[in-house]
Ligand binder design. Sequence first.
Ligand SMILES: [Ca+2]
Length: 163
Amino acid sequence: MPTLSPSTECHGQPFLGHLQAQNCSHVLQGPNGTIQSPGFPYGYPNYANCTWTISAEEQNRIQLVFQSFALEEDFDVLSIFDGLPQQGNLRTRLTGFQLPAPIVSTGTVLSLWLVSDYAVSAQGFQASYEEEAVLVMGTFHSVAFQPWNGTEWHVGTTVVTPQ
Ligand SMILES: [Ca+2]
């Protein structure tokens, strides 16, 4: 009986090959949306092997907030990747029944990878994601008020409009 093992190779391909074969690979773009494990909230299948890759626009970040989380502890795991779902990008592995804290990507891509084993399911997970604009700290120059040209303001500076 063949079984899928996500940590090993499949026909010489890395684990992404499994995902394409199972058609459980989701590519999502901002600005926001909801992600659910298959069958949520009635239970995910055994041998689940699903990825969600979320891309934000340049300069933006992705915030992931869980609304619900229940995976068979230690045996079914949701891995979060800061970037594409590759081993080097692994950020955290989530399992069990505790609602994880929100996660914000450090780059423009955040990925999720759900793997379940051969038996015992649970409700699964639901999370919403949202693209966030990054406030670039720095200085800017007045354009509207010509006399102020050359004045440097920092974010948070109080600007008093002359009467
Ligand atoms: Ca399981």
